[in-house]
Design a protein around this ligand. Sequence first.
Ligand code: G4P
Length: 532
Amino acid sequence: MKNQEATEKRRTFGIISHPDAGKTTLTEKLLLFGGAIQTAGAVKNNKIKKTATSDFMEIEKQRGISVATSVMAFKYNGKQINILDTPGHKDFAEDTFRTLTAVDSVILVIDCANGVEEQTERLMEVCRMRKTPVIIFINKLDRDGKEAFDLLDELEKVLAIKVCPLTWPIGMGDRFQGVYNIYRKGLNLFAANKTKISEDVLSFENLDDPKLDDILGEAPANELREELEMIEGVYDPFQREEYLAGDMAPVFFGSAVNNFGVKELLDTFCEISPSPRGRTSDLRFIHPNEDKFSGFVFKIHANLDPKHRDRIAFLRIVSGKFERNQFYYHVRSDKKMKFPNPTSFMAQDKSVIDEAFPGDVVGLYDSGNFKIGDTLTEGEKMMYQGIPSFSPEIFQELENLDPMKSKQLDKGIRQLIDEGVAQLFIQQPGNRKIVGTVGQLQFEVINYRLIHEYGANCRFVPKNYVKACWITSSDEEELQRFHRVKSNHMALDKDENWVFLAETPFLLSMAEQDYTKITFHKSSEFKLQRSV
Ligand code: G4P
C-alpha cells in the first residue's frame, strides 16, 4: 500500500474521561462495533479497579495486563482505527498526558449527572494546549442528569471551548426517548440494552411532520421543536475546520452501556476526525507523507516480572513506512538499531508486524535503550518535541540507606525516570534527589522496584513542596537575582532545565508578583512553544 493511502485511512485517537464517566464501556462498545472483540467484558477486565488503590502490586499487575490494551486497533467503514488507551486512575495521569501527544484527536466522555469533573478539566487543558480536536460524548442519558442546555453551558465555560451539539436528547432518565440527529436530520429511538449493532434512524427532514408527534407524543415533540430552534439561534453551525483547529467541539448524547448513540458517534467520527497529522521536531515540521520513516516513543512499559526484565517502548509513527528488521537511527544515542519483533496490538492480541504507517503505534522490545521522548529516523538528526512533563503534586527526597549501593540506586532511579514513572529534580549542594509524582502510589512502586530490581536500599522523606515550575526569562539579570534569592528552592530537571519548587500556592503567586520578567511554566511544554 502506498504511504499516503495508508495514512489517509488511519484514525488515531484517545478516549478520555473522569473515572466512572464511562470510558471503558464506550471503548468496549466501539470495539464491538469494529468486530475487534466478540464479547463485552474484554476491556473491562483489564481495567484498574478503584477498590485496589491501596494495593499497588495489584494495580501494577493489572497495568501489566493492560499492555495488551494499550492500543486497540480495528477496521471500520474502510478506516483503520487506533484507540490509544489512557489510564483513568488519577495517579497515572502523567501516562495519559503523554499518550495525548501520540493521538490526533480525542473523544471526551462526560457523565450527564456529574458534568465537567476535575480530571476532565485537567485533560482538556492538555488538549487545548496542543490544539487537539475534541468530540464530546455525554453519557448515561438513561439516568437523570443535568439539563442538556446547562451541560453545554458548563462545557463552554469550564473547558473554554465552543460547543456544537450534533445530536439532541429527547427526555432523560425514565423519560429518555432517544436523540434527534441534527447533523443527519433523523430520529434515533432509544431501547435499553441494545445488542444489535445497527441503529435505526428515522429520517425527519421536516420537523413539523405530524409523525413526530405520533412517535414521541405531542408535548415531547413540541419541546424538541422548541429546543432545536433555540439551538439554531444559540450555537454556530458545525464547521469542520473549527473542529480540526481545536476550537469547536461537536457534542453527542447517548448511553454507552445501552449501546445507544455509539454508532452515530463512530460514524461521524470516521467522517470528520483528522487522519494522522505531522509533528514538530527541533529542526522542522515533519509531514506524515514524507517518504522517510520517523517516529517517537511516548510510553515505556516495564515488565514487573524479575525473570523478564524487558520493557516495551511504544513508538508512534509520524512519517514514512516503518519496516521490521530495518536499521533505524536512534538520535539521542547516535546509534543504529533494528527491531526483529515489532508488535502491533489488536484488542487483546499481540502480533509481530512487518510494516506500519503514520498514525500506527508499534511496541518495540527494549532492554533499556529507550527514554520517553526518544526519536527514531532513517538518519536525520532531529528530535520530536513536546512530550510534556507537568508539575508533580507530591515531592519526596530519595535517601540512600546503603552507601555501598549508591551506584545501583542511581542507575535504578534514572531508569525509572526514563520510563516516566516519576520526575526527578536534583538540588545542590549534595546532589539531593527530589522525586515528584502526581500520586502517592508511585512512591510505593518506585520503592518496591528500586529494592527488588536494583538491589538498592532507600527511603523517601516527604518535602513540603506543592508545585514545580519551569522558569524562563529574557532578562538575565532578574533571572540571576531570582536564583540567588531562591537558591534553596531551585533544582534541575532531567534535561537540566531550572525549576522553582514552591512550598505553597501563596509563595508561588508572591514570586510571580515580585519577578514579573520571569515566566513560571506549569509544564515543560514551553520548550515546544518556544520552538514553534
Ligand atoms: P470509566 O472507564 O470511565 O471509569 O467508566 P466505566 O466504563 O467503567 O463506567 C463506570 C460505571 O458506569 C459502570 O458501572 C458502567 O456500567 C456505568 N455506565 C457506563 N455507561 C453507562 C450508561 O450509559 N448508563 C448507565 N446507567 N451506566 C453506565 P459500575 O457499576 O461501576 O460497573 P459495572 O458493574 O456496571 O461493570
